[in-house]
Design a binder for this molecule. Structure first.
Ligand code: URA
Length: 166
């Protein structure tokens, strides 16, 4: 990926920004595309939006070291244009944020971009509530399985059954 030149974005990037975090990971954050700071540092979400993302991750009991963070685009688009989204056709973000969509056995939850909340403070509450839902979902799917109920003990053999053994 670092050497990829399969689309025009390679010509204007400083470097590709593949992602950071453990692989495999049970939680993955996927942003839009690297911005100015990410393009310079080669890491995702290192600017102001990244600070808000860190706080949101704290809400689900996670640090960056336990979450894989990446972007749909790996190279900074020169005019900051929108990339293609991961869930085409599900609807506008204002309608679908906070909902879980299952695709190929993976649970996807669209949330507002942290940078949008930096511009419009009323979205912070929506983001916090959506991350609380992520936490609820993770608590549910990662909880250890219930132990199997103990088998009923066999009833005592009847006198008739015992007589068959003789
Ligand atoms: N916005 C994004 O979508 N991704 C980043 O890595 C930083 C800001």
């Amino acid at each position: 990926m670092l050497a990829c030149s399969r689309c025009g974005l390679h010509a204007t990037r400083t470097q590709a920004v593949p992602g950071t975090g453990p692989c495999p990971a049970d939680v993955m954050v996927v942003g839009e595309a690297p911005g100015f700071n990410e393009d310079v540092q080669g890491k995702p979400f290192v600017g102001a939006a990244g600070k808000l993302l860190d706080k949101l991750l704290e809400r689900i009991g996670r640090g960056r070291d336990t979450v894989y963070i990446t972007n749909v685009l790996k190279c900074r688009p020169p005019q900051n244009r929108d990339p293609m989204r991961m869930l085409p056709g599900v609807g506008s973000i204002s309608r679908v944020h906070g909902q879980i969509f299952m695709r190929g056995g993976v649970a996807f939850m669209p949330v507002y971009h942290p940078a949008a909340a930096l511009h419009n403070g009323s979205l912070v509450r929506d983001l916090e509530q959506d991350f609380d839902r992520v936490r609820g979902y993770l608590d549910e799917v990662l909880k250890p399985p219930e132990p199997e109920p103990l088998a009923e003990p066999d009833p005592e053999p009847s006198a008739e059954q015992l007589s068959l053994l003789n």
